[in-house]
Design a protein. Structure first.
Length: 266
């Protein structure tokens, strides 16, 4: 089983790990593309103004160019701790037990624009690069073939929680058991609609629940049976495609309570 997460624009600074070692990252088939993207990102950072334009940074973000100049020497930390924001706050990797960390390291991967797919426990530095950053050649030309090949080599269940821009950097294999997960909300009247603002929170909470379950589901039916037993509303897409739909209750006017639990009986 493989759970694919998007990265976040914001990164936790610092770290206690030794500098980046590309050869120690998961998905070693990506090594050549990683090395080239890393080298070009570091080279770009030598020209501050050009980097600000290429990375689409605002005035308050311009200092982040310095992060990219230090990628080879900066301290590292596990990817699940490096990324911050709504999804990663909900996942709360800092509170995982040692056993849960081992499991997450086996089944969770993050789609980085800089490193491609990285494992949850892979140690990476803070950086600034997005799927639409303007490197030459573009990331949309560099990553998809290598990323797709890496995923094609995984023959187990794949749950894709990435946003569209990052999913395009490593397209899912076209086969049974490889699913993009859409998050929908059900209001008090029973109407189901797309969930926008809290989409990332729902994905983080689902990932946390799967890590806590500690089960490598071998097939979609086994995953859906677990979800039903745990009272999570996870179902095949209504349009009959390969997507799965995660339905969560809509709680209006209370962001702090919204999806405190995903279970359908909230």
């Amino acid at each position: 089983m493989l759970i694919l997460l998007p990265p976040s624009e914001t990164k936790r600074p610092g770290g206690a790990g030794s500098p980046l070692a590309l050869g120690e990252l998961r998905f070693d088939s990506l090594a050549d593309v990683r090395a080239r993207v890393l080298a070009d990102t570091v080279a770009l950072s030598a020209d501050h103004d050009a980097a600000v334009r290429a990375l689409k940074l605002g005035p308050k973000q311009a200092a982040e160019v310095a992060r990219n100049r230090e990628l080879h020497t900066a301290p590292t930390m596990p990817a699940l701790l490096r990324y911050t924001g709504v999804l990663y706050d909900a996942l709360d990797a800092e509170s995982l037990t040692e056993e849960q960390w081992r499991f997450a390291g086996e089944v969770v991967a993050v789609q980085s624009a800089l490193f491609g797919l990285v494992g949850a426990a892979d140690r990476i530095p803070a950086y600034r690069l997005s799927f639409d950053s303007r490197l030459t050649p573009s990331l949309k030309k560099r990553w998809p073939a290598a990323g797709a090949a890496a995923l094609a080599g995984h023959d187990g269940l794949i749950l894709d929680l990435r946003s569209e821009g990052y999913a395009a950097l490593a397209p899912l294999p076209d086969r049974e058991g490889a699913h993009y997960v859409r998050v929908l909300a059900r209001d008090e009247s029973g109407h189901v609609r797309a969930l926008n603002h809290f989409n990332k929170q729902a994905k983080g909470l689902l990932t946390r629940a799967l890590i806590e379950a500690g089960t490598v589901f071998s097939a979609t039916d086994a995953l859906l049976a677990w979800a039903e037993a745990e009272r999570y509303e996870l179902r095949p897409a209504a349009d009959g495609g390969r997507d799965l739909e995660l339905i969560v209750p809509e709680v209006v006017g209370s962001p702090g309570k919204l999806m405190a639990r995903l279970r359908a009986d909230l």
